[in-house]
Design a protein around this ligand. Structure first.
Ligand SMILES: NC(=O)c1ccc[n+]([C@@H]2O[C@H](COP(=O)([O-])OP(=O)(O)OC[C@H]3O[C@@H](n4cnc5c(N)ncnc54)[C@H](O)[C@@H]3O)[C@@H](O)[C@H]2O)c1
Length: 253
């Protein structure tokens, strides 16, 4: 899957699935704009991309800030001159029940981080993607497709919004030759729980592995990156409006 000469923006590129994706794209020849609010980790990932030749563009940005979203698109176009692939990957999680005092606080964080940010970034990136007949890959989750665990309603609803936004925008952009798809991972070995400031990481991962997979394993971030690259590539030229599940059979549990 060659991405030689293609320009890609990947949000959440400093960690987990985003880091694996941006490294895979760089290895396949893409010119990559790495976006994250964690500048230290972003620099490490950028160094690993550099070894594949094209100079990566590092953009420190908080995607909940509209000004930062505008900067992401402007700096990418100023630097690379075009945009072929947008991977809306950055995200976070919170655990709380609808009756918890902090529920609305968590809901606002998750809607802003996981959904609103990608809506605005897509809005600003679309005119550039139309010029190149490029495409978009959004990160949703299997909890958007089925209620699997308690205390996840705010996260699950934000991700259900992502899946439906994907379908709606795929229809809007189809006449312009732009494809829009989503990937729905199940439990994947990243630092999402630590990065969200939550505890019980091992216990949570164990529950995912034992109760919410039939293959009794979690995915590596590189496996999710493989699906993202497939959808972003010409091999998926007939695929739009789809949500690709990669969950070790989690939806069968
Ligand atoms: N890990 C899983 O089990 C899993 C399962 C389903 C879906 N997902 C989704 O996959 C995507 C990637 O998650 P991951 O598991 O690699 O998590 P991760 O925490 O390892 O990486 C997410 C990255 O997003 C960045 N980020 C978060 N908020 C940001 C903001 N406001 N501005 C800029 N950057 C921000 C973080 O700094 C981090 O580097 C997320 O959308 C997540 O919801 C993950």
């Amino acid at each position: 899957m060659s991405f030689a000469g293609k320009v890609a923006i990947v949000t959440g590129a400093a960690s987990g699935i985003g880091a694996a994706t941006v490294k895979a794209l760089a290895r396949e020849g893409a010119k990559v704009a790495l976006v994250d609010m964690d500048e230290v980790k972003l620099q490490e990932v950028a160094k690993q991309c550099e070894q594949h030749g094209n100079n990566p563009l590092m953009i420190r940005a908080d995607i909940t800030q509209d000004e930062d979203i505008r900067t992401i698109v402007k700096r990418t176009i100023d630097n690379f001159g075009e945009l072929d692939v947008l991977v809306n990957n950055a995200g976070t999680t919170r655990h709380s029940s609808i009756i918890d005092e902090n529920f609305m606080e968590h809901f606002d964080v998750l809607i802003n981080t996981n959904l609103r940010s990608m809506v605005y970034l897509t809005h600003l990136a679309a005119p550039h993607l139309i010029k190149t007949k490029g495409n978009i890959v959004n990160l949703t989750s299997i909890v958007a497709l089925r209620v699997l665990l308690g205390n996840l309603s705010a996260y699950a609803v934000s991700k259900a919004g992502v899946a439906h936004f994907t379908r709606c925008v795929a229809l809007d952009l189809a006449p312009h030759g732009v494809r829009v798809n989503a990937v729905a991972p199940g439990g994947t070995k990243t630092n999402i729980i630590e990065n969200a400031g939550l505890s019980n990481v091992e216990a949570t991962m164990e529950v995912w592995r034992n109760k919410h997979t039939v293959l009794k394993k979690l995915s590596e971030p590189e496996e999710i990156a493989d699906v993202i690259l497939f959808l972003a590539s010409d091999k998926a030229r007939s695929v739009t409006g789809s949500t690709y599940v990669c969950d070790n059979g989690g939806l069968l549990t």
